[in-house]
Design a protein around this ligand. Structure first.
Ligand code: ARG
Length: 426
């Protein structure tokens, strides 16, 4: 057991199945760079504390730089017994510089190393994901600016509700990504050593952030899948982000969006699974924590791909303005009809009921709500007058909602400006 970092007190061999069960090198080798950076900083601290000489520190730095070169050129050779990335790098350091390598581990444990490596790796990963998120937000904001005047149906309970701006829909998701992106900053320093090695809050928070981000992207994907069906035909996906059927020649499936939707489940599972790993652990390091890596890497890889695909989908999507407009129907102005009565002094509750009766009446006559005559409407309220015709205008309907967050042009434009200003800072 000479090749094991911890071999001294052992006389028996590790069972081969245990050996591979225990090893994390297959996936933690991704942290080779973080591991080397961590060691270089650590040996500097050792030198300051006079635990290694200046010469030994230089030797170790030169050795670590060589190892860095081997990893980056793909020449690093993983050997049997390289349990994890920390072991592998230290083994190689000893081969390269001899005895001095043994001093690097003075006063530290792999438990310290692994958490340091994870944090360093995650910092870079987060920087990349921030970039991906910004690309997506930027695409969406500029799309909203160009398509600001396209109206289409807003839905609640998946039933036609009120007309809204398409750009308002886009910004709803852009804003979500924006909020999630801001929550990515968590680099507080641990001030307690038992906590530092034994907690993985930063991993759990990353997994939760990933889950929230994908939850929103999954909802956005679901909307777009619906909007891209022949029945809706509001949008059509670029060929670049669709696939076909091997049987039915006419098919163009929104696979990109379906995969985005499905990846949410995968990442939620990573988050929930890892929290369950954590929940019963006694203080400080336990090998259970080795499970942190696959959860973190997989979440990163998934988000990295999803954000890029979502950006591609959103930048190439075709919007069918005509169909969006055609999908608006006068019943979606029933709330406006109630507001008409409110403006004439009727309490909203009563106005709601009058408008509801008019909806029922039009429905039973089989005509659009806007086709009811003033005489018809009079049976529901004497307040109806010929000026009621002004209600049947989708644009003036959306223009009513000019408060912050509303769907009026000015309000959507200020959401766009807000996001553009923010994008400029980042
Ligand atoms: N490969 C381990 C992990 O990923 C590193 C720490 C191992 N520490 C130990 N005492 N066995 O968590």
């Amino acid at each position: 057991l000479q090749n094991k970092l911890w071999g001294g007190r052992f006389v028996g061999n590790t069972d081969p199945i245990m050996e591979s069960f225990n090893a994390s090198i297959a996936y933690d080798q991704r942290m080779w760079d973080a591991d080397i950076r961590g060691s270089k900083a650590y040996v500097r601290a050792l030198q300051k504390a006079n635990l290694v000489t200046q010469h030994e520190m230089n030797q170790i730095h030169v050795g670590l730089d060589k190892i860095h070169g081997e990893w980056s050129s793909g020449k690093f050779q993983i050997k049997p017994g390289d349990e994890d990335i920390h072991t592998a790098n230290e083994r190689r350091l000893k081969e390269l510089i001899g005895e001095a390598a043994g001093k690097l581990h003075t006063g530290r444990s792999r438990n310290d190393q692994v958490v340091t490596d994870m944090r360093l790796w995650l910092q870079d990963a987060i920087a990349t994901l921030k970039g991906n998120t910004i690309d997506l937000i930027n695409t969406m904001v500029e799309r909203a600016a160009i398509e600001i005047d396209i109206l289409f149906p807003g839905y609640t309970h998946m039933q036609r509700a009120q007309p809204i701006r398409w750009s308002h829909w886009i910004l709803r998701y852009a804003l979500k990504n924006f909020r999630e992106k801001n929550e990515l900053d968590f680099n507080e320093i641990s001030i307690n050593s038992m906590d530092a090695t034994g907690q993985r809050d930063f991993v759990a928070e990353f997994l939760f952030w990933g889950s929230m981000c994908l939850m929103h992207l999954s909802k956005m994907a679901e909307d777009l899948i619906l909007y891209s069906t022949k029945e809706f035909s509001f949008v059509s996906l670029s060929d670049a982000y669709s696939t076909g059927s091997s049987l039915m020649p006419q098919k163009k499936n929104a696979d990109s969006l379906e995969l985005i939707r499905s990846k949410a489940g995968r990442v939620f599972g990573r988050c929930a699974g890892f929290l369950m790993t954590l929940k019963g652990l006694p203080s400080t390091y336990n090998k259970d924590l080795q499970e942190d890596k696959e959860a973190m890497f997989d979440t990163y890889d998934t988000l990295h791909a999803v954000l890029q695909v979502a950006t591609g989908v959103m930048s190439t999507l075709k919007v069918n303005q005509k169909n969006m407009k055609a999908a608006l129907s006068p019943d979606m102005l029933a709330t406006d009809l109630a507001y008409y009565l409110v403006r004439k002094g009727m309490p909203f509750r009563e106005a709601h009921s009058c408008s509801g009766k008019a909806v029922y009446h039009a429905e039973s006559k089989g005509i659009p709500l806007s086709q009811l005559t003033v005489e018809d409407l009079h049976t529901f309220s004497p307040l109806f007058d010929s000026d009621v015709s002004s209600v049947w205008d989708y644009t003036s309907s959306v223009e009513q909602y000019s408060a912050q967050g509303g769907t009026a042009r000015s309000s959507v434009a200020s959401q766009i400006e807000h996001m553009r200003a923010w994008l400029k800072e980042h």
